[in-house]
Write a protein that binds this ligand. Sequence first.
Ligand SMILES: [Zn+2]
Length: 162
Amino acid sequence: MKVKGMKKFEKIINEFTQTFGVTAYWNPAFEALPAQKIIGFTVVVDEDMNEVFLNDAEVRFPEVHASLFLWLLMHEIGHCMTDHLWTPDDETYFKRAKRHLDKTFGGDVIRKNNWYHKIGDEYMATKWAGEYMIAHPKKMAKFNKKLNEAMRVFCKKNGIAP
Ligand SMILES: [Zn+2]
């Protein structure tokens, strides 16, 4: 798919992520390279996986009212902001635990992801995101307004339902 207006959209996202020292790129999926303070984002999302993600986040932070996109963006920033908590051994453990889930649950995305979000780095990334959004309502409301407008323009340009 040829994406239109992506640079502009990316710029608006970066104006926000740069306040955390994080650079965001358009990417096939949401992901983080915490050590490099780089995140990837997209508007095309995996339904099953995100349902579980959003459910986990909303159960833990019912007072946060954020779109799936904003939650995912904050979660990836959260990986960058909590990276200092982990030793190389912790990181090896998280990788192993995730591989183990892949093997155990295979295509059962829902069951797999219920466990996935309990793994330390995932748990803490969402915790950071939720606590940050609660502690900074003004900054979040301002960005959310900009984000919604940018998303509307971007989706219209690309013929995607927002
Ligand atoms: Zn994550």
